[in-house]
Design a protein around this ligand. Structure first.
Ligand code: PLP
Length: 268
C-alpha cells in the first residue's frame, strides 16, 4: 500500500475519440500524479473530424456525482469543462458551494469556459453563455478562455498585448479571482503568449509555437494540468507555469489520428 495521492475532480463532457473532455483530463491528472475523479455532464459523439452531436446528463445526476466523490474521497482541486446547458451550469454552481469548492472556499476551482470545438461545432447551448458569466465565473479561482471564448464572453477581439489586457480586465469584472487569456490561437504570431492576471499581478507566459495541426484537446489538457498542480498545493502563478510547461510538451509530441485533427499527446 502507498500513500493516498492528492485528488482532482473534472466536471466535463466525454469525447468518444479520446482526445479531449474527461478522457484528456483523466490522463493529464494521471500524468501529473494526482488521482482523477469525474462528474460527467454530456456524452459527445465525435471523432477526429468533428463533433456529430451530444446528449446532456440530467443536472441532478451531475450534482450527485460531485457530491458522491466530494463527500467520501475529498477533492483538492476541481475544474469544469463542457457544461452544455444553463441548467447544468446552475446546478454545478450551487453544488460547488455546497461541497466547499470555488473562490472564497478552501478548494480551488478552474473554469474552462468551453463553448465550441476547434472545428466550430457547438458544445454549449446558446442561452448558457450568460450563466457562465454570472453564475460560474464569480465562483472561479481561475478562468482559462481561448480567444474565441474571450470574444463570445466579452465582445473583445484580442489581436495584441494591449487588447489581451483589456480582455483580462473585462473578464475579471465577472468575478473570477484570476484569468488566463490564452493567446495560443493567434495563428500569425511566432510565439504563444498567454496573459495571467488577477488585476494586481499581470504576467505574460511566452512559449514556442509548434507547427502541428494536431492540437485537439489542448485547452482541456492545459486546464487539467493547472488543476492537478493546484491539487498538489501550488499557488495559481506556479500552477499555471507548470501547466504551460506540460502542455508545450504535449503539443510538441502530438500525433495524427483519423482523417482529421489528432490529439496533443501525454506520451513522453
Ligand atoms: N469535446 C469535449 C467533450 C470537450 O470538452 C472539448 C473541449 O473542451 C472538445 C470536444 C473540443 O476540443 P478541441 O477544441 O481541442 O478540439
Amino acid at each position: 500500500m502507498t500513500a493516498t495521492p492528492r485528488t482532482a475532480l473534472t466536471v466535463a463532457g466525454s469525447d468518444s475519440g479520446g482526445g479531449a473532455g474527461i478522457q484528456a483530463d483523466l490522463r493529464t491528472f494521471f500524468a501529473c500524479g494526482v488521482h482523477g475523479m469525474t462528474a460527467l455532464t454530456a456524452v459527445t459523439v465525435q471523432n477526429s473530424v468533428g463533433v456529430h452531436g451530444f446528449t446532456e446528463i440530467p443536472p441532478d445526476v451531475v450534482a450527485a456525482q460531485i457530491e458522491a466523490v466530494a463527500g467520501d474521497m475529498g477533492v483538492n482541486a476541481a475544474k469544469t469543462g463542457m457544461l452544455a446547458t444553463a441548467e447544468i451550469i446552475s446546478t454545478v454552481s450551487s453544488t460547488m458551494d455546497k461541497v466547499g469548492i470555488g473562490r472564497g472556499q478552501s478548494v480551488p476551482l478552474v473554469v474552462d469556459p468551453v463553448a465550441a470545438s476547434m472545428h466550430g461545432d457547438p458544445l454549449l447551448r446558446d442561452e448558457a453563455l450568460e450563466a457562465i458569466r454570472t453564475e460560474l465565473f464569480p465562483r472561479a479561482t481561475l478562468v482559462t478562455p481561448n480567444l474565441d471564448e474571450v470574444r463570445l464572453l466579452t465582445g473583445i477581439d484580442v489581436t495584441d498585448a494591449a487588447s489581451a489586457r483589456r480582455a483580462a480586465e473585462a473578464l475579471l469584472a465577472f468575478g473570477p479571482q484570476w484569468v488566463l487569456v490564452k493567446g495560443g490561437h493567434l495563428s500569425d504570431s511566432p510565439r504563444c503568449v498567454d496573459l495571467l492576471s488577477d488585476g494586481t499581478h499581470v504576467v505574460e507566459f511566452e512559449g514556442p509555437r509548434y507547427d502541428t495541426p494536431h492540437t485537439h484537446g489542448g485547452g482541456d489538457t492545459l486546464a487539467s494540468a493547472i488543476t492537478a498542480h493546484l491539487a498538489k498545493g501550488l499557488g495559481v502563478l506556479d500552477a499555471v507555469a507548470a501547466g504551460k510547461k506540460f502542455i508545450e510538451r504535449c503539443v510538441f509530441e502530438s500525433y495524427p489520428l483519423g482523417a482529421g485533427v489528432g490529439p496533443v499527446s501525454p506520451f513522453w
